[in-house]
Design a binder for this molecule. Structure first.
Ligand code: DNO
Ligand code: MN
Length: 403
């Protein structure tokens, strides 16, 4: 398995001088300053490649940018509105420029509006570490009383609505601000801070149900996958985080059967999955090691982290309505030993078939804020030390399983 590390570019507080010490073999990065839908030029790609290759003083880092996460799919493409056709052309041209630069694995997602969603970015655990957490009562408080989204009442059972109300009216203004900005954080570029902007963005999805969104995904894949295949690239679709519907938006990448549909619709070695254990692992009906067995060579990228599901809030909807927090890698819902064994078995199958690129790239997805990273202000989920601890634990499992 090939250990990689996400690096957000020169402004990342985890510098490339740090990254070369964490135990990763390659870098995952993106060009987030380029607006979604626009072309990634060869110059921009080369700039980032050099920022990865060389420390500011010119020393070689010994690392290469191997995976782009994300090459974002624009909202226009997801909705098939506005400039979506031009954006698809740009996507294909960006793929060609990336492949030309040697970057052949592309992670993307098809979540409407929100990328990931949490209600608290710095939830304190008993040992003083902080992590990201999702609390349904808080989320419902935001949805029902801050956003005041019409129809939101129908999405929560009576007990959740009642608790959300009590919570909202016990919040101070500062807490409401904090809650809102935590939820907004998963918006691409965290651009939409204002309630009206979120409501506007949501209204654009009012006629898009699950089937239609899936059709838009399949249309997108029918366009870009042949290009990716010709270029020898691997497209890796990241799952919904969390893997259940929020804000009335459709979800189409939350379960194995969702993936089966999208992978079979456009059958190509280029059409695959980024299996994110922390996203999918929130649902107990997702069998992650089994998914790896069944995905086979469609597993293009692995995100490894763990989550703890807290109490089930509505017994009638155990998969949907519950709180969770991001836990240490070796404690939580996901059996990482079983998962890594499944990934190693898949690598063996690839080697037995004589494949040249048999290694499965993975990265420690998020980490907890611990030690000197506490209060340092790294990107939520992306502290240096907590992720490095996770990576070391994963590397230990791989080492022990392979010997
Ligand atoms: C969360 C992260 C995501 C991921 C994007 C990929 O688990 O891995 O933010 O980067 O969804 O498109
Ligand atoms: Mn992930």
């Amino acid at each position: 398995m090939r250990a990689t590390w996400r690096w957000f570019g020169p402004r990342d507080l985890c510098t490339m001088a740090n990254v070369r010490q964490v135990g990763a073999k390659a870098v995952v990065s993106a060009l987030h300053h380029i607006p979604d839908g626009e072309l990634l030029t060869s110059e921009e790609i080369e700039n980032r490649q050099n920022e990865v290759r060389f420390l500011p003083d010119g020393t070689a880092s010994g690392l290469e940018w191997e995976i782009i996460e994300s090459l974002p799919v624009s909202e226009d493409i997801k909705r098939q509105s506005g400039a979506w056709r031009a954006h698809i052309q740009n996507y294909k041209a960006s793929l060609a420029n990336l492949a030309n630069a040697g970057i052949k694995t592309v992670c993307y997602n098809f979540m409407p509006i929100l990328d990931w969603t949490r209600t608290n970015l710095r939830h304190e655990l008993p040992n003083g570490a902080t992590c990201m957490r999702f609390d349904l009562d808080d989320f419902a408080a935001y949805d029902l009383f801050v956003l005041q989204r019409s129809g939101a009442e129908n999405d929560y059972p009576e007990n959740v609505r009642e608790r959300a109300k009590q919570r909202y009216f016990s919040f101070s203004n500062g807490e409401i601000e904090l809650l809102s900005s935590s939820i907004m954080c998963g918006l691409p570029g965290a651009k939409r801070q204002k309630v009206e902007d979120v409501l506007d963005a949501l209204s654009l999805y009012k006629n898009i149900n699950e089937d239609l969104l899936r059709k838009h995904l399949i249309d997108f894949l029918s366009e870009v996958i042949p290009t990716a295949e010709r270029l020898g690239m691997k497209m890796a679709c990241h799952p919904d985080d969390p893997p259940f519907p929020l804000l009335g938006l459709p979800r189409i990448t939350s379960t194995e059967s969702h993936y089966k549909t999208m992978l079979e619709a456009v059958n190509s070695p280029a059409n695959g999955m980024a299996l994110c254990t922390g996203s999918l692992g929130v649902r107990s009906d997702n069998d992650l090691p089994g998914m790896i067995d069944r995905l086979g060579d469609k597993l293009h990228f692995l995100h490894i982290r763990n989550v703890v599901s807290e109490e089930t809030i509505a017994a009638s909807e155990p998969q949907r309505l519950h709180n969770f927090y991001e836990s240490e890698h070796l404690t939580g819902n996901v059996d990482l030993v079983a998962l890594i064994k499944a990934a190693l078995a898949e690598e063996k199958r690839r080697r037995d078939r004589g494949e040249e690129h048999w290694e499965i790239p993975f990265r420690p997805d998020h980490g907890l804020d611990i030690l000197d990273d506490i209060g340092r202000g790294t990107q939520p989920g992306y502290p240096t030390i907590g992720r490095m601890k996770g990576l070391s634990e994963i590397n230990g499992i791989i080492y022990a399983s392979a010997h």
